[in-house]
Design a protein around this ligand. Structure first.
Ligand SMILES: Cc1ncc(COP(=O)(O)O)c(C=O)c1O
Length: 465
């Protein structure tokens, strides 16, 4: 760890900015060099006589400006290659706020050392004899070793992922769309949970599908409700989120998965299982696809475990659906960029993916612990390793009024309306995504505002109109 300390005496301006500036200057002067570890925030705060909050903001600002990166649970380091120019920093998407409104609306992974891993991988790739091949259309679909790496990544969730059953996509959203295109025709009914991933609703409507909500409880879709829906409608495709459901985070236990698989078999349903968050929990049940492999299209991506900008998704589907799914991918984009698939494959193979995933888990856990402490564990629904929590609002609180009041106080949240399939039946609740914000300090700040809102709620007419 470096013994360097910022000297901000005699400078004017917000202290956190002065500290972040000093970090940038020390890197430029060579006093701090690549991979130097900065002092823990608490120590630095003590040593230079500022508050912990100021140091947290300074480090977040320095991360935002590309001077540093934070390895969750392992400290804050000087970024390889030195500070990024302002424009570079925008180009790599490090534009998350370090001040202003606190954003609990966006469901993105926490800032991680992925950019540094990328720098090293790109340097390595520059000398690869395969490089020119990544610039061509791949006539036979995905490269075999990319499908193999994807199958290995899925294999962590249970047995049975086979490279020849893998289709690569431009992220899970594209995977879900390809699966919908492969299994439905305009006018068909698509069965879903009553609240679901908003783009899935939009895609289904665009494909001319009629969404039909199937009731769920705290353990996910209810088998009897699914059975009824299959009898009452002509729906023969189900899109669902059995692990870390959006937005409630409900995770279906194994026994329920068996029952859902049995209902699906009885009615010859095809299941599109969106498992995009499924790489976060250390322990989780086998995917639904493990209980009904002959009828399940399993969709995931590297977005939540590694980095969303890679835009690589993995779809695992039974033999008989392969052709239609490949056709949908070919029709919509021909193929995902092989270069991006190569990066994801290398990370899966060399252990980087696992490390980045661990980092996301650790950060999600830490932020959920903050939520439990500041809101009280009984006020929200949230699995220990998800990025978001769901806050049901007790009557007479109204979600839209709650959101407006939260926004007025500087916290952005989304309400059930965004996710509800049936707009006449919207649960009163809000989703808070805790992973997007740059620092735990800002997460705490936002949660304190939400806690105060809940405490005042009974007495405030503003939130019940
Ligand atoms: C439930 C769900 N499915 C799919 C996706 C899309 O993921 P990707 O970035 O891989 O397209 C998201 C992204 O937030 C999501 O929340």
């Amino acid at each position: 760890m470096t013994t360097w300390l910022p000297d901000i005496a005699g400078r004017s301006g917000p202290k956190y900015k002065l500290i972040a500036d000093a970090i940038g200057e020390a890197i430029a002067a060579g006093d701090l060099t690549e991979r130097d570890r900065l002092p823990p925030q608490r120590n630095l705060a003590f040593d230079i006589g500022v508050s912990l909050n100021t140091v947290s903001r300074a480090y977040a600002d320095a991360i935002e400006r590309g001077f540093l990166y934070g390895e969750v649970g392992r400290g804050t380091y000087v970024r390889a290659g030195g500070p990024l120019a302002e424009t570079d920093s925008r180009a790599v998407g490090l534009t998350r706020p370090v001040d202003g409104p606190i954003d609990f609306a966006l469901n993105l992974p926490a800032i991680s050392p992925a950019a540094d891993e990328l720098a090293a991988t790109l340097a390595d790739l520059a000398g690869s004899p395969r490089l020119s091949g990544f610039l061509d259309y791949q006539p036979d679909g995905d490269l075999k070793d990319h499908a193999k790496a994807g199958a290995a990544w899925l294999g962590r969730l249970g047995p049975g992922a086979r490279p020849e059953q893998m289709v690569l996509t431009n992220g899970a959203q594209h995977g879900v769309m390809a699966a919908m295109m492969a299994t439905t025709r305009p006018g068909d009914v698509l069965l879903t949970e009553p609240m679901t991933y908003a783009p899935a609703k939009a895609m289904a409507r665009h494909l001319g599908l009629k969404l039909h909500a199937v009731a769920m409880d705290g353990f996910g879709l209810m088998p009897e409700a699914l059975d009824d829906a299959c009898r009452m409608t002509a729906g023969r495709t189900l899109y669902c989120l059995p692990t870390l459901h959006t937005p409630t985070t409900a995770t279906m236990p194994e026994a329920r998965r068996r029952e859902i698989a049995a209902v699906a078999r009885r009615h010859d349903l095809t299941i599109i299982e969106d498992d995009v968050f499924g790489f976060l929990p250390v322990e989780r049940p086998l995917p639904l696809a493990g209980f009904a492999p002959e009828r399940s299209i399993f969709v995931t991506s590297v977005s939540k475990s590694m980095a969303p900008g890679l835009r690589i998704g993995y779809v695992h589907a039974p033999e008989r659906l392969q052709r239609a799914i490949r056709g949908a991918v070919a029709m919509s984009c021909w193929m995902p960029p092989p270069l991006m698939a190569e990066i994801a494959s290398r990370w899966i193979t060399d252990g980087t993916a696992e490390r980045l995933n661990d980092g996301q888990r650790a950060e999600a856990k830490a932020r959920l612990e903050i939520a439990a402490r500041l809101l009280g564990p009984d006020r929200f629904e949230g699995q220990p390793l998800g990025f978001n929590i769901w806050l049901p609002l007790p009557a007479p609180l109204r979600a839209d009024a709650f959101r407006a009041e939260a926004a007025r106080r500087g916290v952005k949240v989304l309400t059930g309306e965004t996710f509800a399939v049936d707009q006449a039946d919207v649960p009163h609740g809000v989703r808070l995504c805790l992973s997007y914000e740059t620092s735990r300090e800002r997460v705490s700040q936002g949660l304190r505002i939400v806690a105060a809102l809940l405490d005042e709620a009974g007495a405030s007419d503003a939130m019940v109109v």
